[in-house]
Design a protein around this ligand. Structure first.
Ligand SMILES: Nc1ncnc2c1ncn2[C@@H]1O[C@H](COP(=O)(O)OP(=O)(O)OP(=O)(O)O)[C@@H](O)[C@H]1O
Length: 262
């Protein structure tokens, strides 16, 4: 999908990383990654434990800085932008370990997240805040969390916190949604619910999903990149990736058929 900027420039890539590298002492967690994501892309990032998947998401979200390399998002160089700025530019993310403000209600947690996405674009009056609160109530309903809206978020189960975290990531109408293992710790029923919710995302919203559950990857992603030791090993369709002998060796430790969750 192509997109025309306000300056009239035709762009086909929403996100582009060039030579993105992040080291921790002697370890290079992400090593010279060139990666592109088109507008509305549905892309998954897989790889063995320690391959650098979360580090790459953190670099894109801005919670850590690269040792070298560049990141461009929607026509803007965001390599040095803060995570708050990236959030306002339209990058939403969910976390592997979902964090909530435990003493605040579930609804207020979501309102806070939505405000964080939008506050640079608007002056907040009570009417606007009321509208935002209504939208957040509706989103809690979509995520099956409406009965808990007024409960302290600290009382939510792990799975419910994960759903709230994803609802928060989606609350700013992001152009890019970074999802770090969204299905981890969820029941089969919650996973099916989540897959259905992601299926309803607007076509122009791109998602970059880190996930070990290959059923979820196949359901949500049309392209998969395999990271291995911080480098891109392969990019292809889910079917191509699952058949690729080198991927099987690096990721699954075998060229034999694999189970869907690893
Ligand atoms: N803050 C840190 N300090 C030192 N090393 C780190 C740090 N964060 C990550 N690493 C290391 O960087 C490498 C990549 O970690 P990362 O969490 O990105 O991998 P991953 O592919 O997401 O793994 P997993 O599937 O287990 O979540 C690992 O060797 C990890 O130990």
């Amino acid at each position: 999908m192509a997109f025309r900027t306000e300056e009239g420039e035709d762009m086909t890539e929403l996100l582009q990383t060039d030579g993105l590298t992040r080291g921790y002492g002697a370890l290079t967690a992400v090593d010279g990654v060139d990666f592109t994501l088109g507008f509305g892309a549905r892309h998954a990032l897989i790889g063995p434990n320690g391959a650098g998947k979360t580090t790459l998401l953190n670099l894109i979200a801005g919670s850590i800085r690269p040792t070298s390399g560049r990141i461009r998002f929607n026509g803007t160089d965001i390599t040095r932008a803060t995570s708050a700025r990236r959030c306002m530019l339209g990058i939403g993310r969910s976390f592997q370990q979902p964090a909530v403000v435990p003493g605040l209600s579930v609804l207020d947690n979501l309102v806070l997240a939505a405000w964080r996405h939008a506050h640079a674009r608007a002056t907040w009056g009570s009417r606007r805040l009321g509208r935002l609160t209504d939208q957040c109530r509706q989103r809690l309903g979509e995520f099956g969390l409406a009965p808990f809206a007024d409960h302290p978020a600290g009382r939510l189960s792990h799975g419910q916190r994960r759903l709230l975290d994803i609802a928060a990531a989606m609350s700013g109408c992001p152009r890019l949604l970074l999802l770090d293992e969204p299905a981890a710790g969820l029941t089969d029923e919650d996973v099916a619910h989540l897959v259905a919710l992601f299926g309803q995302l607007p076509a122009e919203v791109a998602t970059l999903l880190v996930e070990h559950n290959l059923d979820v990857v196949t359901a949500l992603a049309s392209a998969v990149t395999v990271l291995h030791a911080g480098r891109v090993l392969r990019t292809g369709s889910p079917a191509q990736i699952q058949k690729d002998p080198e991927v099987r060796r690096a990721y699954f430790g075998s060229v034999e058929p694999v189970s869907q969750t690893c």
